[in-house]
Ligand binder design. Structure first.
Ligand code: 1VU
Ligand code: MG
Length: 349
């Protein structure tokens, strides 16, 4: 049994002390790029400051023959680029792959002082996080890294979903979870071939009434990912870490992408992945509270005084609970206003 005292002790002599709290840094879009793709890599320096997280992807979407090139490309980018306010993450190869050990033993000594978060794909249970936790501590100690690298798990197997709470609780490095809808659909044998998003076949239909012509009954498309995202949100909130919607593969369908991201935002996610530059703008918009919501939240907080009791505002009851909801909204707006002068001006106007 690992005691509370042990939980916050470094797992290797000389490794940095584990974080006691995961910082709430804006991460509306986690933008994926392949560091081995010259065109994409060339765009990275100019993207600093335009996106909350830049993630050099080494796993799926990088061809097997390019794994080493991408890893070395990431080292070069990490060493040469000043990331300023933008977080720098990577997604390593899966723990059962032939590449992951070289990923970690190369990246940590070379750019471990710059990497904020390592995303680990296909996490199945706490044992995967324990493995990476100890290995990172050993590598950090050897490289003299002073700030612990955080770990983000992708939820993309049925076992991972079943073990969600133990994954979140497995290490003080745990920063958050992302939904991996494509791998998860395959592992669960779901019958969709889409990368995230809804499906027109997953629906409920209006009840029949006498004289209805079949085909005219209204149908309502449902969200295939609601259950999993809701589980993620609860598990993350319980452990003080952050949930994210993952990829939306239909790059051209910017409208449905925005809808999927907004569902995740409303349920409690803090961000989503961006696979193409066009998706950064969508995520930045969706995961920033609207000006109207922020203004309303501030009015409720002001009207509620010490935060107890009940008041009527615009014909609606507000009380101790609704003021807490409003504080969530305002806290996020304040975090975003601190990094985005346009949002600050809009929220303060
Ligand atoms: O104008 P240029 O030709 O100089 O540049 C292209 C293109 O290279 C560039 N671009 C990007 N730059 C930075 N980051 C990106 N993610 C990115 N994507 C494209 O933008 C210019 C215009 O590109 P395009 O519209 O012609 O798009 P392409 O056909 O070149 O590329 C589209 C894909 C989807 C292939 C590309 O965006 C991509 O590979 N994205 C990342 C995919 C990824 O990381 N997948 C793994 C995560 S999802 C997962 O694991 C579960 C399924
Ligand atoms: Mg995957």
């Amino acid at each position: 049994m690992r005691t509370a005292k042990d939980f916050f002790a470094p797992l290797a002599v000389g490794a940095p002390a584990p974080l006691r709290e995961i910082p709430a840094r804006p991460s509306r879009a986690i933008h994926f790029f392949d560091p081995g793709n010259e065109k994409m890599a060339a765009k990275v320096p100019a993207m600093v400051g335009t996106v909350d997280v830049l993630l050099g992807n080494l796993e799926d979407a990088v061809k097997a023959e390019n794994k080493e090139k991408s890893r070395l490309g990431l080292v070069k980018i990490g060493q040469e680029v000043d990331f300023g306010p933008t977080q720098f993450w990577t997604r390593i190869n899966s723990l059962d792959s032939p590449w992951v050990l070289d990923d970690l033993t190369t990246l940590v000594p070379a750019i471990g002082d710059k990497l904020d978060v390592i995303m680990v794909p296909k996490v199945q249970g706490a044992e995967d996080i324990h493995y990476i936790d100890r290995l990172l501590a050993q590598l950090e100690a050897k490289a003299g890294i002073t700030k612990p690298i955080q770990v983000h798990a992708i939820l993309e197997t049925a076992r991972g979903v079943a073990n969600i709470e133990e994954i979140c609780a497995a290490s003080p490095r745990m920063q958050g979870l992302s939904l991996g809808p494509a791998d998860l659909a395959a592992d669960r044998r779901m019958k969709t071939t889409r990368v995230g998003g809804g499906h027109p076949g997953y629906l409920v239909r209006q009840d029949p009434t006498d004289g209805d012509i079949e085909g005219l009954r209204t149908t309502y498309q449902q969200d295939l990912w609601h259950y999993t995202i809701a589980r993620m949100v609860d598990a993350c909130a319980m452990h003080g870490i952050y949930p994210y919607y993952g990829p939306f593969g239909d790059i051209k369908d910017v409208v449905a992408c925005e809808d999927q991201f907004r569902n995740a935002f409303l349920l409690g996610c803090v961000g989503a992945w961006s696979l193409h530059p066009v998706q950064i703008k969508i995520a930045n918009k969706v995961f920033s509270p609207s000006v109207e919501d922020v203004k309303h939240a501030r009015r409720v907080i002001a009207a509620m005084g010490d935060g107890t009791g009940a008041v009527m505002l615009d014909g609606k009851m507000e009380d101790d609970a609704s003021v807490k909801q409003c504080k969530v909204m305002v806290a996020l707006a304040d975090e975003l206003a601190a990094i985005d002068p346009d949002l600050k001006a809009a929220y303060d106007a």
